[in-house]
Ligand binder design. Structure first.
Ligand code: AMP
Ligand code: MN
Ligand code: MN
Ligand code: MN
Length: 279
């Protein structure tokens, strides 16, 4: 275990997590986390509540966000750590991304309607703690509720992943915008769960080169989405590009996440943890 039990990526009901921000903080504290970042998708709404709860239990809290980005033909997520939530350019950029989500949610519902699944927008909204932030995860929970699939994983496999009937192509922020907003707000930009992207070696190198040139500083090495081989692969990426390493559960809720708060594997000891930049 690293001396610090840091968890620098998780979600609350401000986006597609199932626990309120204060509940996330209290669960992290109970799990032994001593440095926590809440990083809701494209949204800063939960940060004030989380910061208050962290103060109450004596947990070090880092305000964060996970920005949705389109890179080549993929969606890539960029986590911003230690951002100033009141920074106008960041707030305005995220507002724009959330507006794009509204239109996409309607399109997803229309696609599902075409294959006989009706009322999906209303259904998804019932699961959305924040109506300004509808995620595919909310659609997935509704589709499980009405018996379309056994679990959320199967919904993505058959309905919501790319190439499936409920998938809608969408243009998110650019990498330049996301890193610019995060840095402009005083934050540290980190590439989230790189093992999830379907990028070849050349494209992956292009992503990290561009990210570093823009002033990106970190990469998630140990996270809920990575197996042992991916931890080794992205440790090499961190060394190659001189990036700081992050540790993150990407927790979405007790029923939804394979890795609980604070339970991602420890970082390889030779890497420089991103929290050395968060002092
Ligand atoms: P969105 O940002 O609306 O495209 O939704 C992406 C979210 O859906 C992710 O942050 C996860 O919460 C969830 N998600 C994506 N793929 C899967 C999957 N295969 N299984 C379960 N949840 C997923
Ligand atoms: Mn999510
Ligand atoms: Mn993500
Ligand atoms: Mn996430």
């Amino acid at each position: 275990m690293n001396p610090v039990n840091a968890d620098l990526h998780c979600h609350s009901t401000a986006s597609d997590g199932t626990l309120a921000p204060a509940q996330v903080v209290r669960r992290a504290h109970a799990n032994g986390v001593d440095l926590l970042a809440l990083t809701d998708h494209d949204e800063l709404l939960g940060l004030a509540e989380a910061a208050d709860a962290a103060r109450e239990v004596g947990l070090r809290f880092v305000p964060g966000v996970e920005v949705s980005v389109s890179w080549l033909d993929q969606t890539v997520h960029v986590v911003g750590l230690n951002i100033d939530p009141s920074h106008p350019a960041l707030a305005a950029g995220l507002h724009q991304v959330r507006e794009g989500r509204d239109g996409r949610a309607g399109q997803i519902a229309a696609e599902l309607d075409r294959i006989g699944i009706h009322g999906a927008l209303e259904g998804a909204l019932r699961y959305a703690g924040n109506p300004a932030l509808v995620s595919r995860a909310h659609f997935a929970r509704y589709l499980v509720e009405i018996g379309i699939a056994r679990n959320v994983h199967d919904v993505f496999l058959h309905y919501l992943a790319r190439g499936k009937p409920g998938y809608v192509e969408h243009v998110w922020a650019t990498l330049d915008e996301a890193v610019g907003w995060i840095r402009g707000a005083g934050g540290v930009a980190v590439i989230a769960h790189p093992g999830r992207y379907r990028l070849g070696h050349v494209e992956m190198d292009l992503l990290f080169e561009r990210f570093r040139d823009l002033g990106g500083e970190g990469v998630e090495v140990c996270c809920g989405a990575h197996d042992g081989g991916q931890v080794l692969a992205f440790s090499r990426v961190a060394r190659k590009y001189g990036l700081l390493a992050s540790r993150a559960s990407d927790f979405h809720g007790p029923e939804d996440s394979p890795v609980d708060l604070g339970r991602a594997p420890p970082l390889p000891p030779d890497l420089t943890p991103v929290w050395t930049r968060l002092q």
